[in-house]
Design a protein around this ligand. Structure first.
Ligand code: AMP
Length: 289
């Protein structure tokens, strides 16, 4: 697996597989790879002939400079893991390569998709940073398929909207959330949790499981009651949700009742880290992770 730093080298490296009729898959990441990222790379292997993993900690999507400064980075380790998982190319550009002097363009998805939930709490600029860099990466790589995690459900929706609205040719695929055995959703930020906060971090998945079982065991569909059950499950962990919301999984508008598939999304600060998680509640008794 080659590591490439510039757009020119990237295009040159992709010319041959493209000429040979190979399909190209792109997995955008901010590095510090874990099994969630590796699941995306493996899914890309299944979906395409040639897999590009991008590694770029995108300053434009951080609303908190301390979070950006503390973001874990280990390119050498990432390169080994990406290679093992089946990546053909690692694209690890500098910030200047992505945002050269004079850069002023922003790509924005407007409305509730970027203004609610994460957008309401981190600021919509977070998603404008994401959509700008993802548009650039899609233009640089020109993939047939790009893969994103359900862990960042709102981000996946925003990117699907972006691709549809701008007629971007890549197919957008969403891969299920990978979790630790105890339920914690894998995240690059988990390494910053001390042992006590690591235990407290289970509050998020506990909230999701509580709402799922309230729906499944008691047939409760009222959104307020499900939300109350989820919030109550967080209390023993001494964790307050920043938001916990039941929303339509397509347009993110709040729902009053779980009559069809509903996205339950939660965010919370645990020690120095802000964590997010989500599940799809399905009214016929099942629940997807
Ligand atoms: P990040 O490096 O955090 O920007 O994440 C890169 C991609 O990996 C995004 O599409 C995320 O949604 C996805 N991802 C992050 N954590 C997980 C996880 N636990 N399971 C599945 N996908 C994930």
């Amino acid at each position: 697996m080659r590591t490439i730093r510039t757009v020119a080298e990237l295009r040159a490296a992709l010319a041959e597989p493209r000429r040979g009729g190979k399909t190209i898959g792109l997995v955008p990441t901010m590095g510090s790879l874990h099994d969630g990222h590796l699941a995306l790379i493996r899914a890309a292997r299944d979906a395409a002939d040639h897999v590009v993993v991008s590694l770029f900690v995108n300053p434009a999507q951080f609303n908190d400079s301390a979070d950006l400064a503390a973001y874990p980075r280990d390119e050498h380790r990432d390169a080994g893991l990406a290679h093992e998982a089946g990546a053909d190319l690692l694209f690890a550009p500098s910030t200047d390569e992505i945002y050269p002097p004079g850069f002023t363009t922003q790509v924005r998805v407007a409305g509730p998709l970027t203004e609610t939930l994460e957008g309401a709490h981190r600021g919509a600029d977070h998603f404008h940073g994401v959509t700008t860099v993802v548009t650039k990466l899609l233009n640089m790589v020109g993939p047939d398929v790009a893969l994103f995690g359900q862990k960042d459900a709102q981000q996946a929706l925003v990117i699907q909207r972006l691709a549809a609205d701008l007629d971007l040719p890549a197919r957008i695929e969403v891969v299920p959330t990978v979790r630790e055995p105890d339920g914690l959703a894998l995240s690059s930020r988990n390494v910053r949790l001390d042992p006590q906060d690591r235990r407290r971090a289970l509050a998020l998945s506990a909230a999701l499981r509580a709402a799922e079982s309230e729906l499944r065991e008691h047939g409760t569909t009222d959104a307020e009651a499900l939300s109350a059950a989820a919030r109550a499950a967080m209390t023993p962990f001494d964790v307050e949700p920043e938001y916990l919301a039941l929303v339509d999984p397509e347009d993110l508008r709040p729902v009053g009742s779980v009559d069809q598939d509903t996205l339950l999304a939660v965010a919370a600060h645990v020690g120095p880290v802000r964590l997010i998680d989500n599940t799809i509640l399905t009214p016929n008794g099942g629940a997807e992770r």
